[in-house]
Structure formats: structure tokens, C-alpha cells
Write a protein that binds this ligand. Structure first.
Ligand SMILES: [Fe+2]
Length: 325
């Protein structure tokens, strides 16, 4: 414990680097200090951990129930004997989903329970590109002008990955994803407030990202313009954006309840293999369940939006490299 050091990321409104600790062998005092740092800083970088799948899942389980643990978030499979398979074709649904994740998002907002937190551990990374970027919606909300705060105070948006894939890529998956992505293209849309009160700190943040659309009560173009302007505001100040250049062995861990992330492009013919673990949200992250009467409005909003995007997004395939689409 006396060796652990937690240092803020220089020049940024959020984030810290944690050294002098082994995540695979963490004492309760160390975990308590990491938990406090996580709430304060929003993301934590742990260099030199070299976690395997089991260790990644075990660390995740200390935070809550897992959505998935120790899974490949990668462009290739890993075989049971430890060797790696061929790199996925760019046209595969898995790669289309990976490319979608190059637009800003928080995880699982398109599920009944949005995610609490997530981690990535780097195994194989390309020489260029393929970074992970994080953005701070907590300091963004604090720095919004009062008129905008008033305007959005009671607004919500639907969240759906059927929407974001269509809007960002012109991708209309008919089937569900492979591997860790599981059944993400389910045709439901979940309503979530644009201003989120953090369940553990009580601090408000913006809550937007690529999955958000269709603010009830606003015309479609006004809703799109507002969501775009809020997203652009979050990433307009470099103090609110952190780019992580991966070194194998790094583990990056973040709070999905106010920190956005995205992957950056790279040469997709080169291997990129990260181990991912995602922790499910607690009751605070529940929008509603699919059998709730409120779910029908989301289903209808999504179907109407997709009908428009089938024409509007027809030329967007593989264009997801910016937040502003
Ligand atoms: Fe993600």
C-alpha cells in the first residue's frame, strides 16, 4: 500500500495514473484507495499490469456484476492454445461494430441497464493509430452556460445501437453481433436524461453520445442539432479529452456514468487485441425493462428514425471517425 501512487493526468480535467500496485493481487486497502480515486478522477490508467483474461474479469467483479469479463475486443480471435486467428474482414459485422465504436459513446446505454464502468487491457497494439480516447462529461456540464443548462434540464434522449450504427455507418444489422458484443442490435431504445446525476458522488454531468437520438418534444432536426452541439461542446476543450497511446500491458479503467470513450482508426489489416471487461450498472442505471409499457414509445421512435436513416445515411458506410455525425 505504501508504494501506491495516484497522479493526476497533467493538463486534464479528469484522469489519473496509478503505479506501484498489482491489480491481480490487490489488498482491500488498495482497492478502497482505487475506488476513491475512480470516483474523483473518472478514469484510471494502470501501466505495466499485463492482465490475462481471468485477472481482468476478477478485477471487474470487485466493482459489481459483469456484463462480460475477459473477452476479446479485437480484430482477430484468440485460440484456446494461445495462438491468434486471422484478422477479421472489414465487412464482417464484428468489424462494423468495432468501427462504430470509433464514435464517442458510453457503454450499454442501449440496454435496460447502462454500464457502470469498463476496462481495457492491451495485449497487441498497432504501431500507429488504434488509440483509445476518453472525454469528461462532468466538467463539460459544469462549464455549460446557464441558458443551455436550463434548456436541457428536463430533456431526455433515446439510446439505441441500431440507431448509432445506422447514423454513423449506414449499417443496418439484421442479426446480433458476435463475441463480446452479444445481442446489441435488439430493436429497443431506452430513454435517458441528458443531465445525469452520478449515483455515488451526486455530481451532475452531461449524458450524450453516439447512441442518443430522438429527444421527445423536439422536432427531429432540433433534437439532432442539440445532441450534436452538446457532444461537440464536450470535446471542444482539450482539457476534457485524453488520448491514450497503448503500450502492451496497460490497463485503462473508466466510469461509464460520466466518461465518454472512442477508439481511433488504424490499419485494420494489422492486429489489435485488447481484453475487455464491462461491469453492469446498478439499479441507478436502469431506464426500464423491455416489458415495461414505456418501452413501446422507444421501439416506435427507433423504427421511425431508422426508416429515415435508410435513405439519409445510405452513403455513410465506414465514415465513423468523428463525434459530429
Ligand atoms: Fe465502448
Amino acid at each position: 500500500m505504501q508504494d501506491m501512487s495516484i497522479e493526476r493526468i497533467e493538463g486534464k480535467a479528469f484522469g489519473a495514473t496509478v503505479t506501484g500496485v498489482e491489480l491481480r493481487n490487490l489488498g482491500d486497502d488498495e482497492f478502497a484507495a482505487i475506488h476513491a480515486a475512480f470516483l474523483e478522477h473518472g478514469f484510471l490508467l494502470f501501466p505495466g499490469q499485463h492482465l490475462n483474461e481471468q485477472e481482468s474479469a476478477d478485477f471487474g467483479r470487485r466493482w459489481g456484476e459483469l456484463e462480460f469479463g475477459g473477452q476479446a475486443l479485437a480484430n482477430q480471435r484468440k485460440h484456446k492454445d494461445g495462438t491468434y486467428g486471422e484478422i477479421f474482414d472489414i465487412d464482417s459485422q464484428l468489424m462494423r461494430t468495432n468501427l462504430g465504436n470509433e464514435a464517442w459513446h458510453t457503454d450499454s446505454t442501449y440496454k435496460p441497464y447502462s454500464s457502470k464502468c469498463a476496462m481495457l487491457s492491451a495485449v497487441i497494439v498497432p504501431d500507429e493509430g488504434g488509440q483509445t480516447e476518453l472525454a469528461d462529461m462532468r466538467s463539460a456540464y459544469a462549464e455549460l452556460d446557464e441558458a443551455t443548462k436550463d434548456r436541457i434540464a428536463d430533456l431526455s434522449a433515446y439510446h439505441s445501437t441500431n440507431y448509432s450504427q445506422a447514423n454513423d455507418l449506414g449499417d443496418f444489422p439484421q442479426s446480433n453481433g458476435e463475441g463480446a458484443y452479444g445481442t446489441v442490435y435488439h430493436g429497443e431504445a431506452y430513454l435517458r436524461p441528458l443531465v445525469k446525476i452520478h449515483p455515488e458522488t451526486g455530481i451532475p454531468s452531461l449524458f450524450v453520445g453516439r447512441h442518443a437520438f430522438g429527444i421527445p418534444g423536439l422536432p427531429r432536426e432540433e433534437s439532432r442539432a442539440l445532441l450534436r452541439s452538446l457532444m461537440e461542446f464536450v470535446v471542444a476543450d482539450e482539457r476534457r479529452v485524453y488520448r491514450h497511446d497503448w503500450t502492451p500491458g496497460d490497463t485503462l479503467f473508466w466510469d461509464n456514468r460520466f466518461v465518454l470513450h472512442r477508439a481511433r482508426p488504424y490499419d485494420y489489416s494489422k492486429p489489435r487485441y485488447l481484453i475487455g471487461t464491462r461491469v453492469a450498472g446498478d439499479a441507478s442505471e436502469l431506464a426500464y425493462l423491455p416489458d415495461d409499457p414505456r418501452a413501446e414509445a422507444g421501439r416506435q421512435a427507433l423504427a421511425a428514425e431508422l426508416a429515415i436513416l435508410r435513405t439519409e445515411a445510405a452513403d455513410r458506410r465506414y465514415g465513423a471517425t468523428t463525434a459530429a455525425r
